[in-house]
Ligand binder design. Structure first.
Ligand code: AMP
Length: 172
């Protein structure tokens, strides 16, 4: 874990003033750090019968794909509006200024699925809450929630339902 931490870059005031951005591109570009991230994510879910990993656009596509590959699951993208080509379900959520919307293909998840929803960073939890509600509305057997980094001071976990099983590799 120390090795991954050493490869995460802190960028002050991105994308706006006052935000300390945890940049994982510096970890993803390092072969050993990428391998450790994939392996450590997989260790959390190997014995859970996971059939689909849902990755949130766009940084959640990277860790989500390597997790899916490592545990032999499929990968499903959650995207911003208008990007997915077929019939979608949508969820909107409040951001600091205004609203945001995310989409998933209507046929992406079935009631037989056991799902992990993955994003790179848990901040306020608004994005994951919307993704969680979307996936839940498709009635899979089980939904897990996972991040590489959790920013604990922002209280994102409290925005997720109490029964959501949340894991993260690194807490700040
Ligand atoms: P949230 O506030 O939890 O809805 O976060 C929104 C999205 O922005 C997530 O997908 C995170 O990847 C990203 N994000 C928010 N805050 C940070 C941060 N300080 N460093 C890196 N990514 C962040």
């Amino acid at each position: 874990m120390e090795y991954i931490k050493r490869h995460i870059r802190d960028v002050q005031d991105f994308p706006q003033k006052g935000v300390l951005f945890k940049d994982l591109t510096t970890a993803f570009k390092d072969p050993r750090a990428l391998h450790i991230i994939g392996w450590d994510l997989a260790q959390l879910y190997r014995d859970k019968g996971v059939t689909k990993v849902v990755g949130i656009e766009s940084r959640g596509f990277i860790g989500g794909s390597i997790l899916a590959f490592e545990i032999g699951a499929g990968f499903v993208p959650v995207r911003k509006p208008g990007k997915l080509p077929a019939d979608t379900l949508q969820a909107s959520y409040d951001k600091e200024y205004g609203k945001d919307t995310i989409e998933i293909h209507r046929d992406a998840i079935t009631p037989d699925d056991i799902v992990v929803i993955h994003d790179d960073v848990l901040a306020t939890g608004g994005t994951m809450r919307a993704a969680y509600d979307l996936v839940k509305s498709m009635n899979p057997k089980k939904v897990y929630v996972n991040f590489i980094i959790e920013l604990t001071a922002l209280g994102g976990r409290d925005r997720l339902p109490a029964d959501a099983e949340v894991t993260s590799l690194i807490k700040y």
